[in-house]
Design a binder for this molecule. Sequence first.
Ligand code: PMP
Length: 347
Amino acid sequence: MPEEVLKRAQHELLDWQGRGCSVMEISHRSDAYVALAQSAERKLRQLMNISDDYAVLFCHGSATHQFSMIPLNLLPETGKADYLNTGIWSDKAVKEAKRFGAVNEIKALVNQNGQFTVTEPASWNLTDNAAYFHYCPNETIGGVEFSDIPVRGRTLVADMSSCILSKPIDVNQFGLIYAGAQKNIGPAGMTITIIRKDLMGKARPQTPVLFDYQVLADNASMYNTPPTWAWYLADLVFDWLLEQGGVPAMAVHNAEKARKLYACIDGNPFYRNPIDPKFRSRMNVPFVLADESLNTKFLAESEQAGLLALAGHRSVGGMRASIYNAMPMAGVDALIAFMTDFAQRHG
Ligand code: PMP
């Protein structure tokens, strides 16, 4: 979270808009809350240049909920969907979709000479008339990111949980974009879905009511009590993004943060990033130490230096620096200084 946002939330916590109470304590049906909710949507539309052809939904729950919602809403019982598998999150999306219908899974992550890369789109066996093509533009754990949309002319469904708002994208290329809030939007517990309106209204009859995109859209994401606190913080984050110069400014900032960190890793034999440079993530930078017996020491000392959450995901180990929008350049510089010093002392 941007520090400025946390400070503003702290300031407003007990007294929002001079009402003498917290935003958490007012009704989501009140005029004041509805105005806040609408302003958050307006700002997101502005930030991402989202046209009226799309609904913006502030959904309860996680990106993992969307793994179920997407096939329930978009995959007809007799249809088939293409799913690209490039890592742990797209793999989870595939597994969930298979519970609901026919899925053509395309395993596209390969190890080539010790580096992970993604196979050429021309080699993917895509389904004619697939209901949609699902992929994860940025695999958070693996640190594998597409620099561009991999296929066109299909109904693209993209899990942008860890890259939304980090660089400009053309929303019109997508059928559905979803992102759990907890990276670049706000606190956990809310997921934003941007869906082309013509794709809604086809949910399977047994779809739970809160999983039906049309129901959410018809009720301005307030069929029931929405995650009001998360929505409020998202609104503050959108304000912050606009003040920073919007998504184009974020893209420049993020590219420079990533460039510096990868240069540190590549320039020091003490560290290694295992991803083909063409697919390196600008948001999540995994790296391993040449001497893995130093992992525990690295993590303990980095934490002492105030550098938190550097352990890689429990499923892969190693290290991972997540440098989302809110991570300032100073944070990346501090990490680089620590890594250089640690390598000197132990190399
Ligand atoms: N997709 C991606 C790309 C993620 O990074 C994550 C969480 N890190 C998820 C899905 C799952 O998100 P949630 O925990 O909100 O279900």
